[in-house]
Write a protein that binds this ligand. Sequence first.
Ligand SMILES: Cc1cc2nc3c(=O)[nH]c(=O)nc-3n(C[C@H](O)[C@H](O)[C@H](O)COP(=O)(O)OP(=O)(O)OC[C@H]3O[C@@H](n4cnc5c(N)ncnc54)[C@H](O)[C@@H]3O)c2cc1C
Length: 500
Amino acid sequence: MIKTDVIIIGGGATGCGIARDLALRGIPHCLVEKGDLAAGATGACHGLLHSGSRYAVTDTVTAHECYEENLILRRIGRKCVEETGGLFVRLPGDSKRFREIFLRRCEEAGIPVEVISSTRAIDLVPNLNPEIEEAIKVPDCSIDPFRLCLLNIRTSELRGGTIFTRHKVVEIIKSHGRCTGIKAIDQATGEVREIHANIIVNATGAWANMIASLASSEVSMTLVKGSLVITNHRLTNMVINRLRQPSDGDIVVPNEAVCLAGTTSLAVEDPDKINIESREVDTIISEAGRMIPHFNNTRIIRAFSGVRPLLKSKKMNSHEISRGFQIIDHENGMYSIVGGKLSTFRLMAEKIVDTIMAYFNLKKSCETAEIPLDGQEELSGYPLAKRLIDMKNIVCECELVTRNEVERIIKKTGTRNVGDIQHRTRLGMGPCQGGFCTFRALGIMNDLNIISPEQSMEMLRDFLQRRYKGIRHALWGDQLREEQLVEYIYLGILAMEKPK
Ligand SMILES: Cc1cc2nc3c(=O)[nH]c(=O)nc-3n(C[C@H](O)[C@H](O)[C@H](O)COP(=O)(O)OP(=O)(O)OC[C@H]3O[C@@H](n4cnc5c(N)ncnc54)[C@H](O)[C@@H]3O)c2cc1C
């Protein structure tokens, strides 16, 4: 049994940000996450570090918060933020009235924007639709959510925080009506771990009501699914947004060598039961193609979706629901924090840790906006320049990941899950989507006696199922040809059976 001061449930950006803030203020804590870090909305997001412009018209407060946080994150997280800048492009037929409101509201929110001609915009992004009427330059950036979580957790680990990934919270322990601890099941061994604390923070995003209900409490939310597609080329070096009322498929974000386009917005009931629909993929491609025509003939390597944990709203158009956040004191030792954006995770963490400090009657103030994220220099695997130094024994040809790197991550994290290696090295994130490298990584884990041959086969089957879920909506052209080769390798050479 472990005893600490604060238990954080959920290892998305919010939970990881809270762990870092608690660590910097000297509060003992433990974070429990049922998957890997960034397993929820954080890992399924667009990777846009908002300038706030997107929300300027619908929610000026959130817009301003986003801009302030954008400036902070650029300062403290240089290795996970790419200062791409962004453009809002106006296509023929897009409302001029919206443009006027947009400019006025950006000014009110304090976001610096600049109207530029279509010629200048095309100089900046040659792949833009030559028919655009004009563009507005905004300070959007691209951000790597996996890295962001790892770097936040680094501070917690360096200062005595304990992190349990792949541990699912199944019970909230109560004593005299107060929450005093949790029970979590180790997803690899089935072992039950018991942790006790003075305060429990529920940072489980779309799952927040499920966790709250374990403590007989409630969190009202609107759950909104969003889907995204990834191209195998970087079609733009800037974030491209459509200058119109927020709608489906109107943002393209460059990330490393690829682009992410999306999203959609559909209300859902259960965050564990979401599927990508073909029509979502079609909408995203055709809308992105209106801003960047090459989108229509570029290879799409996969689609994925996540669930936004938005504040409860009666608004019919989910694009209009506030991206503000809320801290709920359940008055039983548990606090929930919901809503917000990846872009405002640090601010969310600051506010809830302020609440926790007040509870403990402690004074130390927040320093997360001033101190750069720990571990930025040592984080390896990517960027590309680092990977090109050691080209021996390549395991993943698409992303240039070597055997040394895979072994290093296995030894450092002790992981028994191939997904953890993927998140930390980019293994399997290229055009073949792990078709050629996942079985090699599992082989290495087997060589190192981390998993048995039976376990590696089980993991391979599970991986192939998850992989297929993501690529099945992108199967045409080159991606389909490559998929037929991958299928032949698994069914023909490795003699794996087809799922029933
Ligand atoms: C499609 C999409 C695109 C988006 N794009 C952007 C963007 O570009 N920019 C931006 O700023 N925001 C974006 N967002 C919003 C942003 O992703 C979320 O607001 C943010 O990531 C939420 O973080 P979180 O940590 O609160 O929740 P999550 O990231 O969902 O984390 C909650 C965690 O709790 C864990 N958990 C759940 N139940 C349990 C349990 N029983 N035991 C242990 N752990 C548990 C989950 O596994 C999960 O990892 C997007 C969202 C979506 C869905």
